[in-house]
Design a protein around this ligand. Structure first.
Ligand code: GLY
Length: 260
């Protein structure tokens, strides 16, 4: 291709990147690793698009639910085809890695594909995952750092379903506005089974100033339908500031009710 020849347009255009467009549902597969062994966090679905129905610009994450749909066979496929080769690759490159390793995957019609890696936990996956975690996270992190994760069992999870919804300021993410408002968060913070995780929010005078992803509300329910009803009707509808997606966890809730 002539555009790849040096000098045709100066140096620009010498290299082009073709990206495969992937269709399917996203899955965040996050593990704690000591570099050899892994203990997986519960599979979780993140919603990157700003608006309902996965429309609009990409964000840092508008909500999550867990456990995401993943059967044992798929779980082994991810470990065998993606996690283990990644750890081998890190070793081969001389990288002594331990800690949290995030695999952002897409489940396509031809299997799981890796969209991104992060060397950290996920946001807003963590809010939902840690809310459901019934093992103590600290020994896992400690053992990962000390190279003896093999001695710990798989992590235990609450059987209830977790849903988290992120409350953002108007215009997020392309034209993010800063807003000021008053709200009694003390009341929200005292409700059992409701997690309130603060982000782009600070106290200013007697109120708050918020920008971007301001806070995340997380809930556990005996099924996704309950979790959604409690979170959306019980709490989000009471907020008089911010915006959020209205369809977080909707798909598994429709599956539960036999609608899809
Ligand atoms: N939720 C996406 C991320 O943490 O990168």
């Amino acid at each position: 291709m002539s555009i790849l020849k040096r000098g045709a347009f100066g140096d620009s255009g010498r290299r082009i990147t073709l990206e495969e467009r992937l269709y399917g549902n996203e899955l965040s597969y996050i593990v704690i690793t000591d570099g050899t062994n892994v203990r997986a966090l519960a599979p979780t679905r993140d919603y990157k698009a700003r608006y309902d129905g996965d429309k609009g610009p990409k964000t840092g994450g508008m909500g999550s639910y867990s456990p995401a749909e993943l059967n044992e066979e798929e779980d082994s496929e991810i470990r065998r085809r993606i996690v283990e080769p990644t750890l081998r690759g890190l070793k081969k490159d001389g990288i002594d890695y331990s800690g949290a390793l995030y695999f952002g995957l897409m489940k396509t019609s031809v299997g799981f594909k890796v969209i991104e890696y992060n060397v950290r936990l996920g946001d807003p996956e963590t809010q939902t995952q840690l809310f459901r975690m019934r093992s103590d996270l600290v020994p896992y992190l400690h053992s990962a750092a000390n190279g003896n994760l093999a001695h710990l069992p798989e992590i235990k999870w609450d059987r209830r379903k977790g849903v988290s919804v992120v409350v953002v300021s108007p215009g997020y993410p392309d034209n993010t506005q800063t807003i000021r408002f008053a709200y009694d968060f003390g009341e929200l913070g005292s409700i059992p089974h409701l997690g309130v995780f603060y982000g782009g929010l600070k106290e200013v005078g007697t109120g708050f100033e918020g920008r971007g992803r301001m806070l995340t509300l997380s809930i556990l329910g005996y099924n996704f339908t309950d979790a959604n009803i409690i979170l959306y009707r019980g709490f989000l509808s009471r907020l008089d500031f911010g915006e959020w997606r209205g369809d977080i966890g909707l798909r598994p809730s429709l599956v539960e009710r036999g609608r899809i």
